[in-house]
Design a protein around this ligand. Structure first.
Ligand code: FES
Length: 159
């Protein structure tokens, strides 16, 4: 994946996103969400631009990006598979499932398959505790997950 900084439209698009949301109350988080939706992560090159536009320091912007796990500072795969690692899912075999999934994909947490299709991330509760263990690909949620169902979900997502 090329860095957005090499993309001629990067600054233009970034300015549009900032201009569209700058007037909101507490605009930093929504703007970061839109930036991530646009490029799949929050490019480092965007942070000083954002800081200047919002009258913040670069350190403040960087601190927010790194505090919230949902914001990524580097590109990930085209799809993200999240496996819940919180208590209810642990009690229903989430650790064993995670082992199986990692072995099947040949990647560890926070890694991306070599073809760039899928990144594996832990998540800490998806609100599906009664249907543990749970998983998520994109917007799609999976309860009572097992390896076969996870594989199916991933395939249906086109990953
Ligand atoms: S603990 Fe896994 S969904 Fe709540």
């Amino acid at each position: 994946m090329t860095s957005p900084a090499t993309d001629a439209d990067f600054l233009l698009r970034l300015d549009e996103i900032i201009a569209a949301h700058k007037g909101r109350e507490g605009p930093l988080l929504p703007i970061l969400h839109y930036i991530q939706a646009e490029w799949g992560h929050v490019p480092e090159e965007a942070q000083p631009v954002l800081a200047a536009a919002l009258g913040m320091t670069r350190a403040e912007v960087h601190g927010v990006v790194s505090f919230y796990h949902d914001f990524r500072d580097h590109p990930q795969g085209r799809h993200v598979l999240r496996l819940c690692r919180a208590e209810a899912c642990q009690s229903m075999g989430a650790d064993a499932l995670a082992e199986e999934v990692r072995a099947a994909l040949g990647i560890d947490w926070h890694e991306t398959t070599p073809d760039g299709r899928l990144t594996l991330e832990p998540v800490f509760c998806l609100g599906l505790c009664a249907c543990a263990p749970s998983a998520q690909v994109g917007d799609r949620l999976l309860g009572r997950a097992n390896l076969a169902k996870v594989r199916q979900l991933v395939a249906e997502a086109g990953a």
